[in-house]
Design a protein around this ligand. Structure first.
Ligand code: F3S
Length: 399
């Protein structure tokens, strides 16, 4: 298929809109050709990943600085978590040199007109599409949430392709932007009661692992009758981590579940025993927890209210982070939740998280309510891990 470009897109490619737009259009047309896109489409908004200096390094920073020379974003764009809380980094033990380099990266993004709020839950802080709208997001959990829970349309962009979409307002029309690629492939029947962020994370791991085994991507899930935003964000993070899933349908819960035929050829079932067995896999033996973190994906104001309720009048005895978007932290400040939490000795880590912050070697074992954090806690930071409810995490922190 030949990729057709509109006159403005051709002008970008020819350099008439400057170097950054030209480079961006080169990235997007290359992607479009690889994936057989027919044309480009407008995107409503962008979310960029790969923001931590630990991931970017000097090479990434050079790429950003080059684009920032004349590049300006054309659509609303926010960032994924950075390697540190931009205000509270000293209290969280981040060293001076890292902070300086992280700020250089953020400054380059800011120069391009990007809103430098760093969060993996852009949909909680105003970077939010409506059903059917085309966007270009990069963070895997947010991509899964946008496609599945909101019914918006995005591929899982890489850092450069998301930035290119921001600088041109376009993305090639392929993959999840097309109806034909959004139908369920595997029927998953849940015969268990699933509740809480931890359990939805465990469910995401079971389904994700199975999808990898079946070499399929889009599950159609039955048997879950209701789910909160928090449970769905946890499920999205987990199924995306373990299964590479960017889209699922959940009967009666997600907006596109009855838009496409229900798959019937491949069926697998999940019961309470499966949940129990998988939960055990997310708890290492002989763990002595020295770090507790809640907010993967970034905590909602509901979760922060719950943490404040559970911590009121108590003192934590372990390093305890609540990772969230800075605008959510500001609401927590106004509501008085931050004061209760900080008086208990817990710390907010806004703009960042326990996975992207450079904390390898600082702790031995982490307790979380997130199956995704278990995966990266082990794989990236070499921590031992333990999953539990938010309440379990608080109990552990004050022990
Ligand atoms: Fe977000 Fe970090 Fe978890 S980016 S999804 S809090 S690993």
């Amino acid at each position: 298929m030949i990729l057709k470009l509109e006159p403005e897109e051709k002008d970008m490619l020819d350099g008439k809109y400057g170097k950054a737009a030209q480079k961006s259009m080169e990235i997007l047309t290359t992607l479009g050709e690889i994936f057989d896109a027919e044309c480009m489409i407008d995107v409503l908004c962008v979310q960029i990943a790969g923001v931590s200096y630990a991931n970017l390094g000097e090479a990434g920073l050079e790429f950003l600085s080059e684009l920032a020379e004349d590049g300006k974003v054309r659509v609303l764009t926010t960032l994924n978590p950075a390697g540190m809380d931009r205000e509270n980094w000293r209290a969280l033990g981040i060293d001076e040199e890292f902070a300086k380099n992280q700020n250089r990266a953020i400054d380059a993004f800011a120069k391009m007109g990007i809103i430098t709020t760093c969060s993996c839950t852009p949909y909680l802080i105003g970077n939010v599409p409506h059903y059917g709208q085309h966007i270009a997001w990069a963070e895997s959990s947010a991509v899964c949430y946008a496609n599945s829970v909101i019914g918006a349309r995005t591929n899982r962009e890489g850092g450069p392709s998301a930035l290119a979409a921001a600088l041109t307002g376009r993305t090639p029309k392929y993959g999840y932007h097309l109806d034909k690629n959004r139908h369920g492939e595997v029927l998953v029947e849940i015969n268990a009661s699933v509740k809480g962020t931890d359990e939805f994370g465990v469910l995401g791991k079971i389904i994700g692992d199975k999808l990898v085994e079946l070499r399929k991507k889009i599950p159609y899930i039955t048997g879950i009758h209701t789910a909160t935003v928090e449970e769905l964000k946890s499920f999205c993070a987990s199924v995306a981590t373990y299964g590479g899933t960017a889209l699922f349908h959940m009967e009666g819960v997600t907006p596109e579940y009855n838009k496409y035929p229900k798959p019937s050829e491949i069926v697998f079932k999940i019961n309470n025993d499966d949940l129990d067995k998988t939960r055990v896999e997310l708890i290492d033996d002989d763990v002595e927890i020295d770090f507790v973190s809640i907010g993967c994906p970034h905590a909602t104001i509901h979760e922060i209210a719950e943490i404040a309720r559970l911590l009121k009048g108590k003192k934590v005895k372990k390093e305890f982070w609540i990772t969230t978007a800075r605008p959510t932290k500001r609401i927590a400040d106004e509501a008085g939740y931050s004061k209760i939490i900080e008086e208990a000795g817990a710390k907010f880590a806004a703009d960042t998280c326990c996975v992207v912050a450079p904390i390898k070697g600082r702790f031995k074992a982490i307790m979380v309510d997130s199956a995704k954090a278990c995966y990266y806690g082990r794989a990236k930071n070499k921590f031992k891990v333990k999953i539990g409810t938010i309440e379990n995490c608080i109990e552990e922190a004050v022990k």
